[in-house]
Design a protein around this ligand. Structure first.
Ligand code: LRH
Ligand code: MN
Length: 416
């Protein structure tokens, strides 16, 4: 029995079951077909930790090769049409040429990311003690110049947002003024905000710790929200799922930011302990579902200003980076499909009538529905793969690029 025949039988069986629940499989398939997520330019090579990195075969050596790999992820999932670039990690030599190459590959660019958490060779002033929170105004100016440059590059690429994650913070009590550092960051972000081209957004990304291990200036969603509210309507908060202390109710954070009209976007990943940057849905799939439940509620309510930028931010330390991204996109499509399967009318009724158990079950019934045939069908209709990871393995792409990228020479982007 072919994979397609099996899929058709699984899909028909599920559609019949959903119909008995008064739900239309086709409606969910269409919604999944509209879902898209951006791939980070920094996650196409093998990631590592301070203890080591185990590079795999056929690592991309150039931005062009990274785009070729993203094109494979998009080709097989139908849902990864954009790249989120990190500068200067992936500073393009020729920005217009990169935009043209991306367009050729059917790709565009999502939010660009600044980097004032490392010193670059030849950089006049160090960010060791911070960037926008640094006591030395010259360091703050240097960081501002960098952000202006990142925006310029992003504008040429056709991006429409900048994500600002600041490593700024302290390791010891007393090292940094907890309020003055925040005020300086806000002050500098006002200049970044003023430099935003028309139609652009600024995303502030919070993180509780690392590299700072006592206080991080933008430590939590509250700090990020204070900044976004002070800056203006085009400033919103980006939620990196790994940037929450253990047991944080992240779907509640998402609901609060949605309620404030300040949910700008996501860095999807998963974690067990810290900012582990593991595959989305690999550790807390129910948590991911509950986040998508809040997003589907906002979509259904046509919440004002609801235009979240969905992006991945992971470090692929032991899985093949492309396979990990394929699995990630699949997990996100699956969480979104399950969130579409919630019987919202029943849920509201049980919430309003105080039927705690049936209200919980309204979510569990959706989460415990095997929605994989709906996601596979959405991919089939998009001309993508029923099972992206198996299709990737069958394509021999990794072996092919491993052979071609082992030599020093430049190899034009490979198709699947
Ligand atoms: C910080 C972070 C941020 C990126 C970096 C690669 O931990 O999540 O979004 O700049 O990872
Ligand atoms: Mn992130």
């Amino acid at each position: 029995m072919t994979a397609l025949r099996n899929h058709e039988r699984d899909y028909d069986a599920l559609a019949e079951r959903l119909a008995r629940r008064g739900q239309r499989a086709d409606t969910v398939v269409q919604a999944v077909g509209r879902f898209a997520v951006a791939v980070p330019s920094w996650a196409l090579g093998t990631g590592g930790t301070r203890f080591g990195r185990f590079p795999g075969p056929g690592e991309p050596r150039t931005l062009a090769e990274k785009l070729a790999d993203v094109a494979v992820v998009h080709r097989l999932t139908g849902a990864a049409p954009r790249v989120s670039l990190h500068i200067p990690w992936d500073e393009p030599d020729d920005v217009p040429a990169l935009r043209a190459l991306a367009a050729e590959l059917g790709l565009g660019f999502d939010a660009v990311n600044s980097n004032t958490f490392q010193d670059q060779p030849g950089q006049p002033l160090s960010y060791k003690l911070g960037s926008f929170s640094h006591p030395d105004a010259a360091v703050r100016r240097q960081a501002l110049e960098h952000h202006r440059h990142v925006i310029e590059v992003g504008q040429v690429l056709g991006a429409d947002a900048i994500t600002v994650w600041l490593a700024d913070g302290s390791n010891y009590p007393g090292q940094m003024s907890l309020r003055q550092s925040f005020d300086r960051v806000l002050d500098c972000l006002r200049d970044v905000y003023a430099a935003l081209p028309a139609g652009w957004r600024l995303f502030t990304e919070h993180k509780p710790y690392e590299p700072a291990f006592y206080a991080t200036v933008v430590q939590d969603w509250g700090s990020s929200l204070l900044l976004a509210q002070a800056l203006g309507e085009r400033a919103q908060c980006l939620v990196d799922l790994g940037h929450h202390l253990p047991n944080t109710n992240i779907e509640l954070v998402v609901a609060r930011l949605l309620g404030a009209g300040k949910l700008g976007g996501f860095h999807f990943n998963d974690s067990k302990y810290g900012d582990d940057d593991l595959t989305a849905g690999s550790i807390k799939p129910y948590g991911l579902f509950l986040i998508f439940h809040e997003l589907v509620l906002a979509e259904r309510e046509r919440l004002a200003g609801f235009r979240p930028a969905y992006m991945i931010d992971q470090s692929h330390n032991i899985k093949d980076p492309i396979e990990d991204l394929l699995q990630t996109v699949d997990q996100l499509q699956l969480a979104y499909a399950k969130a579409q399967l919630v019987d919202h009318a029943a849920l509201t009724e049980y919430q309003e009538s105080g039927d705690v158990l049936l209200a919980e079950r309204a979510l569990k019934d959706a989460f415990e529905t095997d929605a994989r045939p709906l996601v596979a069908e959405a991919r089939r209709r998009a001309g993508a793969a029923l099972d992206p990871v198996l299709a990737f393995r069958a394509s021999g792409y990794r072996a092919r690029v491993a052979a071609q990228r082992s030599g020093g020479g430049y190899v034009p982007p490979q198709s699947l």
